[in-house]
Design a protein around this ligand. Structure first.
Ligand SMILES: [Zn+2]
Ligand SMILES: [Zn+2]
Length: 163
């Protein structure tokens, strides 16, 4: 059994369309490598920081990501390797373990399809598109009857009701 701590800079972006960990971000990996009869069992956690775009208010935000992995890498020639397909179980190739597909898949599955900057994000005002989180608490629009609107145009701007 061996423990490994690695900080790895991502070569390519990992994630989904609206949220992902950008290339160049560091992934912190705390891993246990255990020799078992059929191969090496890799388990542990991977931490990083995702950047997303909120589907409600369209603001960019950052969010910590932590995923756990447990994956067997089979020895070449082992019974497991002989009796499973390539895409069922990972293999040790040239005495190396390639964690990239595991990390990419696990992080992709852990991220939300509809990311929000905050569970309570109120989104945008449907009238003017201003983010409601930064608008005044009483933000609203007086909808003028078109007949009154024509009349309001005849008054100086200062006397018109606040829009
Ligand atoms: Zn938002
Ligand atoms: Zn508004």
């Amino acid at each position: 059994m061996r423990e490994e701590h690695r900080s790895v800079a991502l070569k390519t972006r990992v994630g989904l369309e609206m949220i992902g960990i950008p290339a160049g971000e560091l992934l912190e990996m705390d891993l246990r490598l255990e020799a078992v009869s059929e191969g090496v069992l890799v388990s542990g956690t991977i931490d990083g920081t995702a950047t997303g775009e909120c589907v409600r208010c369209l603001e960019d935000f950052e969010e910590p990501v932590e995923v756990s992995i447990t994956e067997l890498f089979a020895y070449p020639g082992s019974a497991t390797s002989e009796t499973t397909d390539e895409d069922e179980i990972y293999r040790i190739e040239d005495e190396l373990i390639d964690l990239e597909p595991v990390v990419t898949d696990t992080i992709g599955l852990s991220l939300p399809l509809q990311p929000v900057c905050d569970e309570d994000c109120p989104g945008l005002c449907s009238e003017c598109g201003v983010p409601l989180a930064i608008a005044d608490s009483g933000h609203s629009h007086a909808i003028l009857d078109p007949r009154w609107a024509a009349l309001a145009d005849k008054f100086p701007a200062a006397e018109r009701p606040e829009a």
